[in-house]
Design a binder for this molecule. Sequence first.
Ligand SMILES: Cc1ncc(COP(=O)(O)O)c(C=O)c1O
Length: 392
Amino acid sequence: MFAHLPAAEPDKILRVMAEFAADPRDDKIDLGVGVYKAEDGTTPVLKAVHDSEARILERQTTKGYTALSGDPGFRNAVAELVLGDVPQERLATLATPGGTGAIRQAFELARKAQSDLTVWLSDPTWTNHEAILDAMGIRWRRYRYYDPATGRADVPAMLEDLGEAARDDLVLLHGCCHNPTGADLTAADWSALGDLLERRGAVPLVDLAYLGFADGIEADLAGLRQLSHRLPEFLLAFSGSKSFGLYRDRVGCVVALGAGQQAADAISGTLASLNRHSYAFPPDHGARIVATILGDPGLRASWTEELSSMRTRINTLRRSFAEALTEATGDPGWQVLAEQRGMFSLLGLGDDAVRQMREEHAVYVVGGGRINVAGLTPASIPAAARAIADVL
Ligand SMILES: Cc1ncc(COP(=O)(O)O)c(C=O)c1O
């Protein structure tokens, strides 16, 4: 059976991680990794997570199955966190394995509702968006998003392309901290997007994988809430991996709003059946950690503070790196790195430059020059900036 099975294309980011691990040089710098890193290079367990977990261990009396849609306490807590005012009668939620699971189930839901589905993706976007849609055989189109010349979102171009979106097309948007560009939308941009989606009858799917990493929890939610508050239909895929540091525990949630109670009931039922047909019950441990944190004022305050320090570290590194690059290259255009948000930015390096950075400077970045700012430290910034200036 498997003699003719074609080899699977290895994931580019995972390949960079493996190459970095195998590099014996002491001064190597990993800017390819996709996870948050603290100053000492670790991806720590948050104290709020640790305390919440201890509480669960002490109090949990069963490991029996949860609901097919996952723990209602978790789902409601996430819906409240992201939407603020939750129109309960229009709400449907689903716990999933990670944000990736939420994205996949949201695509499945949309295809069940609209068999001739088209999904619009920003150019560029997280490579897994395209990969999942290709694996599912769902048609997708790109809308222009990032302008490499300015390092910012090209909003007129985005709106022009999305002007071609048809009723019931799905438009995938990054809630904040656009991956891989770091170029986010302003409040006015979200508002214009809301106008356009309303006019076209297209449905947003907001991928929210970096809540709290840009400007703060409420600030990071303000844009997407402009859509959830005004549009009749709204989909969101939440990931707890980065914001709660729960990567391997696989915490995710689909948050959906239907036009009314009847639609919400149909969405709920369909979502539950999607879990049933994929893996039956979703993972519960990480979800319960999140629900415990969000439901306890002390743990929630502790989490908010830790999230804030991760954000401050990233934004401070962004400013220092922008300065160092400006100095090393003499090009003030690099200052835009300090304006961008989240862990990722695109340096616009070709394959040769990426290889040269790796071979000559032991600096690892993903193809196309995506860097994870959190992989820097104040000590490694000058060397990383010099390496970039050298290969440019
Ligand atoms: C843009 C984006 N969406 C979703 C995810 C999903 O993350 P996870 O499945 O680990 O929760 C990621 C993770 O890297 C991401 O970058």
